[in-house]
Structure formats: C-alpha cells, structure tokens
Design a protein around this ligand. Structure first.
Ligand code: F3S
Length: 641
C-alpha cells in the first residue's frame, strides 16, 4: 500500500520511534514561529535553557496579538522579544507587519518542511504542504534549543474533494461545511489530509483558509499537496526556488476517508457560540447586523480583500453597521494602497484597522451590547469579542461585504454573476517590517513588566499538601487563568497574573495557596479543556500547586501540567472525588516508586484518615520530565549530556 503525504513528511523527519498511531515519536523541527502573546514566555524559557545557538533552519518572532500600546507593558514585551531574536538569529516581525500565519505563508513556508508554532492556528501553513503544528510555548522553546519535538503519531483522515464550487461559495464555506459534518471534536488525534480533483479549484490562500480552521476541528494539523497552484503562489512571492512537488501515493492508505463534493456546498455561517454550529445562510435568514469585521488569519488574504472590495465598490456601508477591515499583511495593505482598493474601502465608509489580530483577540472593536457581529474569523466563543452578550457569526468575506451594505445577513449569491479574483502574478516585495541580523552579545531588554517565571524542582520523597480547590466538570483553561484585553499585556508577568487565577470561580484561591504554602487541586471530568494556554499551568505552579487530581483531563492541558512540573493524577474510582474536601491534608508517599505508568498510587487523606487510589496515565518520558522538575529542567539536562 502507498503512503499518505502526512506519513511521508513524518518519515522524512523521524528521529526516534515508529510511525504507529498512538506511539510517541520525536521529529526534526525545521521551522518555528511565535506570536507575542505566547512569545514572551517562549523566549524567557529559551533564555533559561542557556544555549549558544538555536538548532532550527528558520525561526520567526511575530508581533501581532498585543499591538495596542495603552501602557508600557506591550511595548516592553516587544522590545524584549526583539532583543532575544537578535541574540539567537531569529527573524523579528515588527508590529504593523501583519498576522503571523499570513506572513509565514507569504515569506517563509516551504512545502515538505515541519513547522512548530506557539499558536493554535499554525496549521495555516498546511495549505502549502507543510506539516505545521500548534503547541505550547515550552515545546517551541525546546524545539529551537534541541531541533526536535515529541508527539504521538496521529491517525490520518483523508478528505477527498470532488466537483467545483458554485458561484459565490468560498473556501470559508467549505471548512464551515466540514465543521458542520465532523464537529469540533472530529479531528482530535488526527491529521486531516486533502486530496482529489476538487483541489484544482482552490487557490493557495483558499487552502490556507481551510487548514487554518482545521484547528477548530481539533485536528493535530491539516495538509494539502504541493502542486502547480503552490508553485504559482511561491513564484508570485519571488520564492519559486522553494517549491517542491508533494502528494500522497495514488494508492495511499488512510485511517479514515470521507468525500466532499464541492458543488453541493452552499454559503454558510457558524452561529453563536461555536464554530461547528453551522447552517446555510438561507436557513438562518436575514437577521439584522450591527458590526462586520473582515480580517484575521483565516480570511485576510489579497484575494479575500479584493473580493470584498469588488462588492463594496461604489456602495455605502449601511448606517447601522460598523465595518472594520484588517489586512493580513503589510504587503497586502501596500498592494491595496497602490492599486486604489484602499480608497474603495474608505469611500464605502469602512474603518481601516492595523494589519494585526486586533478584534479577533479582543484588542479593540468590541461590539455594543446585544450586538450581532459578522466576522470572517475562526472562533465565535461567547465573550471572545469582548462583549459577553454579543452574538458572533463566522462567515466568508463575500457574505461579510454584502451584509455590511444591506445591514442584515445576506447571501452573496443575491449579487448575480460571480466576480472572480485571481491571485496576483507578483506580490509586493517590500519586507522592511522584518528585522534580520544576529548579535550574540546584544543586551536583553527586560522592562519591569517582564518578571521571572516559576520552575519546578526535582521530585523526591513524599508530596504533602492541603486541597486548595475543588472544581466541577469541564473547567476550561480560561476558568483557570482568565485572558482578556486587560490581562493580555501581563503574559510575561506571572506574579501579576496570579492575582486572577480561578478568579471567576473562587476569589479566595490565591490567598489559600499562599496561606498553605501550595497544595492540591481536585478536578472533575475534562479538566483544562479549551485553549492551549500554558499560563493555566504556570500560574498554579507559581502559587505552589503540586498535583491536580481529576476524574479526567483535556489532552493539551495535561501536557502543559507535566511540562510545568505539576503531576496530573486521575481517580481510579471517580466517586472518591466526593470523599475529599477543601483543606483536607493529603500525602502521596514515596513518589519516585509510586509514579509508574498506569500503576495505582495511594493518596492518604490524613484529615479523614482514609486512602484513595489514583493513577498516572502519561508516558515514561512524561514521568522522567516530572521527576526532573518539569520540561525546562529536563531539556537543560538533556542538552548538557
Ligand atoms: Fe490572531 Fe485570531 Fe489568528 S488572534 S493568530 S487572527 S486566531
């Protein structure tokens, strides 16, 4: 049987282990990317690894999330990242240059390479045939230091595309249709690999829109073959030398396969408050709209904005609608300025926003109370817009543009014959927002917002502490460490953030931690679901949390707990959860002996004089990481060997 593209790339990068689903392997990492919101911590961790030089072929530090400068904090963080980038020969992308994934696609993505990014939408580059994976920041720092990344071998889900899109139906509608079919859990533990005749009708940036929202399927990543369309895009970027042809073997074997006939897809929208709550625009109907935003790493390409402009040309934005446009990159903005499209937007009454994540991360443009906001973005969770009671719908740029004119959700098909926008034959070549250059002796800029981050100690003997908090089921990383426009500037300041840990659930948590010198957390089912934010592990570590004992864990958060040095343990009998109360004193004896793969370990509840059983379900390497005192200590030790 032939090989799928995913396993071909993995095989080319395999450092250890076997390509068997569920097995742990190490792969060579060619490229890394960071954005500033996770990047400050990544570069603090990289600095702590005390290395001479990074091992990746190319690493880029983008500033696109926290670009508002209403105080010194964000600007200080940017200066810190820029200085570390200079020290380690990492390319630095200045604020204003654009959104990391759009920029990476334009300037650095190379088919067949592996890319690890500290942002969940890193799979965007899979549209160009990279194996591009989003992960926690410490994994990215470790990949720069060691050149490798450990992962479980994913299964591969093939989506075979046939047919041709109907007029006015776009790549965004395709991925919304797939989300409706597979749901937000449909990609968990899998890589989604695209194939079929339908590929011919999808431009490179269309493909990137689809792989971008593969993150919403819960997939490890998504990947397209590299073909003539990929070549044309690279040539237009002046990078045709980076092209290689890549595809699965004709008789490739997949773990699962589905077929999607593109001609059957209609214009779609994801309704509040989940990206898989999808329906056709026809079924949703003409609801009144207050705000329309076009941009984000999903839909801010040249083609996306030119199509929106073609719809807006000579028209006026509805009096009740605020239309905001954030181009994905400075190149695109310059091209729109040079070809007059910017003036089309301004003439229609649009607000031109910075080339950045902006409203997608709640940095400005929060809608009014009870607003309906149409966005070309990838997430519509409740409150992400900054307005808790707003209803956010995810749509294509075409649907966004026509709805901005009409003042209500409108099917672009009502415009008559389709307007076809081609990819440009040549993109603007300006790259003055990128800073290149290496100076190992540069002094690192550390403003007062940048505080030391916590590290764990090697584990030995017994673990004793009080139960500090008992949570319910489905606690999210947002519940553990809230993130909002007010807290985002403090991602490099763990002591400040620690004041807000679990603040929405239990305001006394931080005080209890301090008074009892840390201790344990008891969790319900699916503890730590949601965003991959490693601050949800680092901040509890700072507060002295030693172990979380839960009924079950969400996968990424469990990994982040292990990386930070906090032991995630699962109740053998989940009814034992009810037998422990807050402030009970608990002891785990002989940690080094009892922390064994899958083995039962006893937790003695001294307050109640009872014993409950728990187990650790990670790998032997995870145990080694915990015993060494977290991934940072582990990687430092392995780099010294
Ligand atoms: Fe930025 Fe939103 Fe994408 S925060 S990286 S535009 S998901």
């Amino acid at each position: 049987m032939g090989k799928c593209l995913t396993y071909k790339i993995l095989e080319n990068h395999l450092l250890s282990g076997k390509l068997v689903p569920g097995e742990e392997i190490a792969i060579k990492v060619d490229q890394t990317l960071t954005q500033d919101s996770t990047g400050t911590m990544v570069y603090l961790q990289l600095e702590a690894m005390d290395i001479e030089e990074i091992k990746t072929e190319l690493s880029v530090a983008y500033i696109d999330h926290n670009t508002l400068q209403t105080g010194f904090e964000n600007a200080d963080d940017h200066a810190f990242i820029q200085s570390v980038a200079e020290k380690y020969d990492i390319i630095f992308s200045k604020p204003g240059n654009g959104i990391c994934h759009q920029l990476h696609l334009e300037s650095f993505s190379i088919p067949g390479k592996t890319l690890l990014g500290s942002d969940s939408h890193t799979p965007t580059s899979g549209g160009m045939g990279l194996l591009a994976i989003g992960t926690g920041g410490l994994d990215v720092a470790a990949a720069m230091a060691s050149g490798s990344y450990y992962m479980k071998v994913p299964k591969v889900l093939n989506i075979h595309l046939t047919g041709k899109l109907k007029p006015w139906v776009s790549a965004k509608d395709v991925i919304l249709y797939i989300l409706k079919t597979l749901t937000v859990k449909g990609g968990v533990g899998k890589v989604v690999e695209y194939s079929g005749d339908g590929l011919k009708g999808l431009s490179l940036t269309d493909r990137a829109t689809i792989t971008n929202m593969g993150a919403e399927l819960g997939a490890t990543t998504s990947v397209f073959p590299s073909d003539a369309i990929t070549y044309d895009f690279l040539k237009a970027q002046g990078r045709e030398k980076d092209w290689v042809e890549l595809s699965a073997d004709a008789d490739a074997e997949y773990h699962e396969s589905i077929e999607v006939d593109l001609s059957e897809i209609s214009t779609m929208a994801a309704k509040p408050h989940s990206p898989d709550n999808v329906d056709s625009i026809k079924a949703i109907g003409n609801i009144a709209v207050d705000q329309v935003l076009i941009g984000s790493c999903t839909n801010s390409s040249y083609k996306d904005l030119m199509k929106a402009a073609a719809i807006l040309k000579g028209k006026k934005v509805h009096p009740n609608v605020s239309l905001g446009i954030s181009p994905g990159s400075s190149k695109i903005l310059k091209m729109l300025a040079d070809n007059g499209t910017l003036s089309t937007f301004i003439a229609a009454g649009a607000r031109i926003l910075e080339c950045s994540c902006g409203p997608c991360i709640g940095m400005g443009q929060s809608p009014k109370n009870n607003a309906v906001s149409l966005r070309t973005f990838n997430r519509n969770f409740c409150g992400r817009s900054g307005t808790k009671n707003a209803d956010v719908y995810l749509v294509s740029p075409e649907t966004a543009a026509i709805s901005a004119i009409k003042g209500s959700l409108e099917d672009p098909a009502s415009l008559g014959p389709d307007i076809v926008i081609q990819e440009p034959a040549l993109y603007d070549q300006n790259d003055n927002y990128f800073i290149y250059g290496n100076n190992p002796d540069v002094s690192i800029s550390m403003g007062p917002n940048i505080q030391p981050f916590p590290t764990s100690k090697a584990l030995a003997g017994s673990l004793e502490g009080k139960v500090l908090l008992k949570t319910g089921d489905n606690i999210t990383t947002d519940d553990i460490m809230p993130s909002n426009a007010k807290l985002l500037p403090y991602r490099s300041n763990i002591p400040y953030l620690s004041r807000y840990c679990f603040s929405g659930i239990d305001e006394g948590f931080g005080e209890r931690c301090k008074k009892n010198d840390g201790g344990f957390i008891l969790g319900g089912e699916n503890y730590g679901q949601g965003s991959s934010r490693e601050h949800a592990a680092l901040v509890p570590l700072y507060l002295g949390v030693k172990a979380v004992i839960a009924k079950s864990f969400a996968r990424i958060h469990k990994g982040n707990l292990i990386n930070s040095g906090i032991i995630p343990l699962e109740f053998v009998d989940s009814s034992d959860y009810d037998a422990i109360d807050v402030l009970d004193n608990c002891i785990i004896k002989d940690l080094q002996d009892s922390l064994q793969q899958g083995a039962f370990m006893e937790i003695y509840n001294q307050t109640k004089d009872t014993v409950i059983k728990a187990r650790f379900t990670g790998s032997q390497r995870d145990i080694d990481i915990l015993l060494t005192g977290g991934y940072l200590n582990y990687i430092k030790a392995s780099l010294e060997e």
